[in-house]
Design a protein around this ligand. Structure first.
Ligand code: FMN
Length: 352
């Protein structure tokens, strides 16, 4: 998998490696890691093993809290700390009913970076993170929101394009990067969504990003605890197989989730059609119909990741899945990304 950069004049290679490191310096200093690459939190996937592996390999792992209760999160943080002495973060979903307790758990455990995902972070959570001395990272889906988040005291932003796996917004990283990177200099900005090669990361760093966040590539890594069938599905898939979930009626909104098309995604369309028919016939009221649609995927990501049910489970994956060709250790994935970026710089210098 790693693109070789051997055979290149060592002096020129070292200069290009230094140039790549300089481009990441702000992001790496912010994270306290060697490289400014975050492992995007992935529910059921980003647990102690993967998070520690990413941090130990020089990147920055992030635990996905998902729907974990505070006691479970505390145990996961402690288990991760037992596997790595390097910094890592914790991703909390803002609509978690015990958000304040989860923040407290992170602070008490000395977690240095807290990512608040799933919406604009509520004021009390922002203050709690900042007062507790941790660094706060939030997602900015548009420039106006990026500015508002910076004003509210957020320490870094992630801009995640629609190419990403999991819950997505409507705008691609290509466009978000042009909209946001030239205007936000106050805090480091990390780019995410569809990233699978070092040349692309290099390009965004040159546009002003401080680092990148990747999910899909790490989900298929050796250290990921995802089921072998989940990883095999990633290896088989092409970019075009990772599609957003669709809604069939605007009265019943579906938050788009990008994942591999399978029997489950087909059944979801049929389920929406059935629910819509029941609503139209008066058999279901609007609230019950919406709930039935929302509940369709309950437990489905766990089924795919943990049980290996890649037929009816939710196989969340970014378009970058097309660049996953083998199960490789996290360290080789990071090495390949670096080698690709450095090779691009070397080739540019050589005019080729
Ligand atoms: C299987 C899977 C589960 C994910 N779960 C979460 C999550 O729980 N919270 C979150 O903020 N992002 C989640 N994401 C998004 C990732 O953190 C990351 O931003 C995204 O994967 C980046 O795009 P990429 O997959 O193209 O690299 C998930 C992504 C995947 C593939």
């Amino acid at each position: 998998m790693p693109d070789t950069i051997s055979g290149i004049d060592p002096v020129r290679r070292l200069a290009c490696e230094a140039a790549f490191a300089r481009l990441q310096a702000r992001g790496a200093a912010f994270l306290g890691s060697e490289v400014a690459i975050m492992g995007g939190a992935m529910s059921w996937v980003s647990e102690r093993n993967l998070v520690a592996a990413i941090s130990n390999a020089g990147g920055f792992g992030v635990i996905a809290c998902g729907s974990m209760p505070p006691a479970l999160l505390a145990a996961e943080i402690a288990a991760t700390q037992a596997l790595t002495a390097k910094p890592f973060g914790v991703n909390l979903i803002t609509m978690h009913p015990q958000l304040d307790d989860l923040v407290r758990v992170c602070l008490e455990a000395g977690v240095g970076h807290i990512v608040l995902a799933g919406g604009i972070p509520p004021g009390p959570a922002v203050r709690a993170v900042k007062d507790g001395g941790a660094r706060l990272i939030a997602f900015a889906p548009a420039l106006v929101l990026a500015r508002r988040l910076v004003r509210s005291g957020v320490d870094a932003l992630v801009i995640e394009g629609a190419e990403a796996g999991g819950h997505i917004g409507p705008v691609t990283l290509t466009v978000l990067a042009q909209e946001i990177l030239p205007h936000i200099r106050e805090v480091p900005v990390f780019v995410a969504g569809g990233l699978g090669r070092g040349e692309a990361i290099l390009g965004y760093l040159e546009m002003g990003a401080s680092g990148a966040q990747l999910g899909t590539l790490f989900a298929a890594s050796t250290e990921s605890i995802a089921h072998a069938k989940f990883k095999a599905a990633f290896i088989r898939a092409n970019a075009r197989d990772a599609l957003p979930s669709m809604q069939i009626d605007e009265r019943f909104p579906v938050i788009p989730v990008r994942g591999l098309v399978n029997e489950g995604t087909k059944r979801f369309m049929a389920h929406q059609a059935e629910v819509l028919a029941q609503f139209q016939s008066g058999a279901l009221d609007k609230g019950a119909a919406q709930l039935s649609i929302e509940h369709f995927w309950a437990g489905a990501l766990r089924r795919a990741v943990v049980d290996g049910d890649v037929e009816t489970g939710s196989v969340m994956a970014g378009q970058s899945v097309g660049m996953v060709s083998e199960v490789a250790p996290v360290a080789s994935i990071l090495a390949a990304l670096k080698a690709q970026a450095v090779a691009a710089l070397v080739a540019r210098e050589a005019g080729g």
